[in-house]
Design a protein around this ligand. Structure first.
Ligand code: NAD
Length: 345
């Protein structure tokens, strides 16, 4: 276990086995402040899988928080969904007590399998919750960051605004639909797909979008490809189909493996690191938890543009992929061990 922790530089792992609750809280890095990250409630095949997931996700949150400029560390919790019947309210109440026992070093939020009502149950046991019903949906703030970050990437790649360019959007959910509307208003042409036909119809009707199937979206002739559905959208199969010059979208973990970053770089496709462009949601959750006003949140989201600009410039200067630069910048904040990054941040 300690080897696993030191390999990924995880500072703390906490376990709770209490009635129906089997939960793990991974605190990856607390240098910037208390760890903030969602609670995943899914079925795991075994404990090892659950621990690996908690560690991987907590590490991702550390990197995201480091570049979002929020005073939070990276953490994540996973609850192993019990087999058979269980009392959901009891389970999340016990989980709230578990969080409270950590005295604020971990702040939870929603993730796959958890809902606002689960968060409200947790909130009755502990104040360390950043997405209960009184805090609201972070998606509009994430969408603001995506609109800004996409514009920054376009400026870098084409030296112009999005007006007249074609953007292919994969997934018209809480973020993708807002992006579609904004791009339409800015004079971009949009191509869309979603597994939900109603959402596609809405975009066609209101934003003059061209609809394609979920398999056709990758091979569209476009300037920007925007993954806003599920993760791992760029993989060994889909990368061969891309005809864009920029990738900029909100989905988490867009690259199926690290080697794809180098391949995109070699192909001359500007990849906007996912955890930087989609950090608006984290900024919203952190700022709300700390009681900051909406204009302070917007101001912080605006800074995401500058961070991306630095990443794009350094990537060009050093001729290395953007996501490698982003990781190096984040590691500098987390560990302060790369002096070449000092100036960049
Ligand atoms: P959402 O669930 O509202 O939307 C996802 C959309 O993708 C849905 O409309 C769904 O039907 C569609 N979809 C699913 N599979 C698809 C496929 N194969 N092809 C095309 N469309 C498909 O989610 P969201 O809140 O808009 O977030 C989208 C992504 O961004 C997720 O990966 C999420 O983890 C990530 N993200 C979201 C936020 C946020 O604040 N909402 C913050 C950071 C990251």
């Amino acid at each position: 276990m300690f080897d696993l922790m030191s390999q990924d530089k995880v500072q703390e792992l906490h376990f709770s086995s209490n009635g129906p609750l089997k939960a793990i809280i991974a605190l990856h890095n607390l240098r910037q402040g208390p760890a903030l990250g969602g609670c995943r409630f899914i079925r795991y095949q075994n404990e090892t899988q659950a621990i690996d997931d908690a560690i991987r996700l907590a590490k991702g949150m550390s990197y995201k928080a480091a570049l979002a400029g929020v005073p939070q560390g990276g953490g994540k919790s996973v609850i192993m969904m019990p087999e058979g019947d269980f009392d959901r309210a009891e389970l999340f109440s016990l989980f709230g007590k578990f969080i409270n026992s950590l005295n604020g070093s971990y702040i939870t939020a929603m993730d796959s399998g958890t809902s606002v009502s689960d968060m409200d149950i947790i909130r009755r046991q502990t104040p360390f919750v950043a997405s209960s019903s009184n805090i609201g949906d972070p998606s509009p703030t994430t969408a603001k960051g995506i609109v800004l970050g996409l514009a920054e990437a376009v400026e870098q790649a084409f030296n112009q605004s999005v007006q007249g360019l074609t953007v292919a959007i994969q997934g018209l959910g809480h973020v993708g639909m807002v992006l579609a509307e904004s791009l339409h208003q800015q004079g971009a042409k949009i191509i869309v797909c979603d597994v939900d036909e109603q959402k596609v119809d809405y975009a066609v009707k209101h934003f003059d979008a061209k609809a394609v199937s979920v398999n056709e979206i990758y091979s569209q002739q476009c300037d920007v490809f925007s993954p806003c559905g599920l993760g791992l959208s760029i993989n060994d199969n889909t990368i061969k189909q891309l005809k864009c010059k920029v990738i900029a979208g909100c989905a988490n973990n867009q690259l199926a493996h690290d080697g794809l970053g180098q391949q995109l770089h070699d192909l001359g496709i500007l990849y906007t690191p996912d955890y930087v462009i989609n950090s608006g949601g984290l900024i919203y959750a952190s700022s709300n938890f700390r009681g900051l006003s909406l204009d302070k949140i917007d101001h912080q989201v605006l800074k995401l543009k500058d961070t991306l600009n630095k990443i794009f410039i350094l990537s060009k200067q050093k001729n290395i992929p953007t996501q490698v630069i982003a990781d190096e910048m984040a590691e500098h904040v987390l560990y302060g061990n790369d002096t070449t990054m000092q100036e960049a941040i």
